[in-house]
Unconditional design. Structure first.
Length: 542
């Protein structure tokens, strides 16, 4: 109206000044009026565009906040900080006063608070009665709420806060799922790494995606060196340690699911027998994800089977020979048509006695070994002087064994007393002395020495025998192991003596070890715990 009045004043002023007629004045007035109407329309459009730009800017800001909230894959336990930061940014942008409240643990809405459950841990506000509280929830879990306080929000702000609460619930649930999956993955990995069998998985393309620690132990490689390689690389590794078949042959053998057996020799030179199981890796719906290879070390089982075979061979040989000799001697003595002189009879009876002693030795060795394996061997421990044990062991040697043998006993008489079963310790030393004589191609010479330290008395038996190869040293104390590197077992040896010695020393809390080389002789050293004297007692008093 003011514009129109201004226009009229201008009109009449111009008319009076210019002397324009009535018709011209009307035309001029209408032109000015149209111009003013266009100006009003332009002004309204500018106002509307400004409001729309502000609204778009607001929506862009909200979308940016929500995008930062739901887009990233967050590290564990950082979702709450991200939600807090997004809420703070929105509040600063809109001057809305809101607060984030998260429960110490998610709460299932369908669960009722039990009588013995602390109510502060399960208290949930009634969101239906308060419009100032927006729940942060996902599925059946409540994680907390947004407290709007006394803020008065328009519809746009309230919708955004609801979207923010919904998005916050989603990322909190995703964080729980992610943490749960990580924990399950860690447990599964720990279980697989703890399994005694080697496990390797390949995907559908044949690439190795997993190999546990046992694989590295079996093949003496790093499991990480297998991951990322191909199935053919695995076959190549088996070929290198198998040293029998080509890569293609191993691949053809293991191309089908089933069970196989491989004999390998790893870098350290140790032979192992492996049972290999090849199987498909599938989902519950039967979708094939790849293939699995399980490598089980059955070397011990194989050795047990071999031991059984060796036992049968040993029994058939060691028992058959003396029994045949005894049978022949007895049949000779029982002949009624012959008159034997007394000296010949005594010779036959002496042979029978020695053959029976050999059988008794074999039986005793197996009984001792079975007791040691079962841990039921009994030891009558007592304080005893080391030189007494050594002297008794030397006297136990058969006379024919000591013929032509030089035994130099250098055990000092002032050594501390040892604590152990005297008879068992004499058995160990007698076995070492017998081996020193039995496995000797020269005139046997044996040196026996001893020394002590803070805990043990160490007795060493050194000989000039055939020695032991480096390859056999690692297995010398195992059952049925030949100590002569391929030579036949000598003079009725059972192959069990050193295994029994090892068991007796371990039962005493001591040890036995060996140093040897081919053709230079061996040094066996046993370590026996010293006797712990009571306060005030002296060596001589005990």
């Amino acid at each position: 109206m003011a514009l129109r009045m201004t226009g009229q004043r201008l009109q009449w002023r111009h008319l009076s000044l210019l002397g324009v007629g009535a018709v011209g004045a009307g035309l001029l007035y209408r032109g000015l009026r149209r111009m003013m109407d266009h100006m009003q329309i332009n002004y309204a459009l500018e106002q509307r565009e400004a409001e729309r730009a502000s609204s778009l800017f607001r929506h862009n800001t909200e979308l940016a906040i929500l995008n930062r909230l739901i887009t990233p894959i967050l590290p564990p336990n950082e979702a709450a900080q991200v939600i807090e930061g997004c809420l703070k940014e929105f509040c600063e942008e809109t001057d809305v006063k809101a607060k984030l409240v998260l429960f110490t643990r998610p709460i299932r809405r369908i669960a009722k608070c039990g009588a013995n459950v602390p109510p502060e841990q399960y208290w949930i506000p009634d969101f239906n009665r308060s419009s100032a509280l927006l729940p942060i929830r996902s599925s059946e879990l409540d994680f907390g709420y947004l407290d709007l306080g006394e803020a008065i929000l328009d519809e746009t702000d309230r919708q955004f806060m609801q979207t923010l609460a919904l998005s916050a619930g989603i990322i909190l649930q995703n964080e729980i799922l992610l943490r749960t999956n990580e924990e399950k993955h860690a447990v599964l990995k720990a279980v697989l790494d703890s399994i005694y069998d080697g496990i390797t998985w390949t995907d559908t393309s044949g690439s190795i995606i997993y190999a546990n620690k046992r694989m590295g132990q079996l093949f003496e490689i790093l499991p990480d060196n297998l991951r990322g390689q191909t199935q053919k690389d695995l076959f190549k590794l088996l070929t290198q340690v198998h040293q029998k078949d080509s890569v293609d042959t191993v691949g053809d053998i293991m191309a089908k699911n089933g069970a196989y057996q491989l004999k390998i020799r790893v870098a350290s030179g140790r032979e192992r027998i492996l049972a290999v199981s090849v199987f498909p890796v599938t989902t519950g719906e039967g979708i094939i994800l790849g293939r699995g290879y399980l490598f089980r070390d059955i070397t011990k089982l194989w050795e047990i089977d071999k031991l059984k075979g060796d036992l049968i061979s040993l029994v058939s040989h060691e028992f058959k020979t003396p029994i045949t000799s005894i049978t022949g001697s007895v049949e000779t003595l029982l002949r009624q048509d012959a008159q034997w002189d007394e000296e010949f009879k005594q010779e036959l009876l002496q042979g029978i006695h020695e053959d029976i002693g050999r059988i008794r030795e074999l039986v005793n060795d197996w009984l001792d070994l079975s007791k040691l394996t079962a841990g039921t061997i009994g030891l009558n421990k007592e304080p005893v002087r080391p030189q007494v044990v050594v002297e008794n062991a030397v006297h136990q040697l058969p006379k024919h064994f000591k013929h032509g043998v030089t035994i130099d006993n250098k055990v000092p008489g002032k050594l501390p007393m040892i604590y152990g079963d005297r008879l068992r310790l004499e058995q160990v030393l007698a076995n070492l002395l017998t081996n020193a004589i039995r496995y000797n191609d020269r005139t046997p010479h044996i040196d026996i020495s001893a020394y002590s330290d803070e805990q043990f008395v160490h007795i060493a038996v050194a000989d000039n025998g055939i020695g032991i190869s480096r390859q056999d040293l690692a297995h010398i104390f195992e059952r049925m192991q030949g100590t002569d590197a391929g030579l036949p077992r000598r003079d009725g040896g059972t192959g069990l003596g050193l295994a029994i010695c090892k068991g007796i020393m371990q039962a005493h809390g001591g040890d036995i070890r060996v140093q040897s080389a081919k053709e230079t002789g061996s040094i066996f050293t046993i370590s026996i715990p010293k006797f712990n004297y009571s306060t005030g007692d002296t060596h001589e008093k005990v």
